[in-house]
Design a protein around this ligand. Sequence first.
Ligand SMILES: [Zn+2]
Length: 165
Amino acid sequence: MKSRTEQLHTIERENDILRATLARYASRDCDWSSEDEATCECIACTATRTLKSLDDWRFQASFPERLVNGLHPREAAHVAAFRKYMTGGDADERLAGILGWTEGSGFMKQIHDWPSARDWYVAVAVVQWLATNVGMGVLEAAGWKYTRFDEDRRQVDAILPQELP
Ligand SMILES: [Zn+2]
């Protein structure tokens, strides 16, 4: 029986194969020259959408509901900015670089082909946590100053029910 680590490695390898296959289809032009790739059901558009959703798991962190409920705008902004940067290239390669696992780094590269699902979970959880009140305390202790309190308050006020008289 495979160990948990071996099972995770198998899933990650299969995920890589699936990703590479989808990428080949996604690189094609739309089969039907559709103007709406979001709903087109041709294989190229479907592969493009599926490829994007495959990346979603990396950015769920530990409290994913806080990224979408509108009540934690700092956390959502932190993770969105991190996600934008990481998906501006090969996300796994970028995280590998952050973790110091580059082609030339020898030993660590040999024992870790790619960042694992756990690596992504920890990375995104820390990025999100840095935007919490406690995390902001750490950033401010290091000299960072948050400047979007008013915008955040307006966003949250627009969602929360009005106070009763
Ligand atoms: Zn299409």
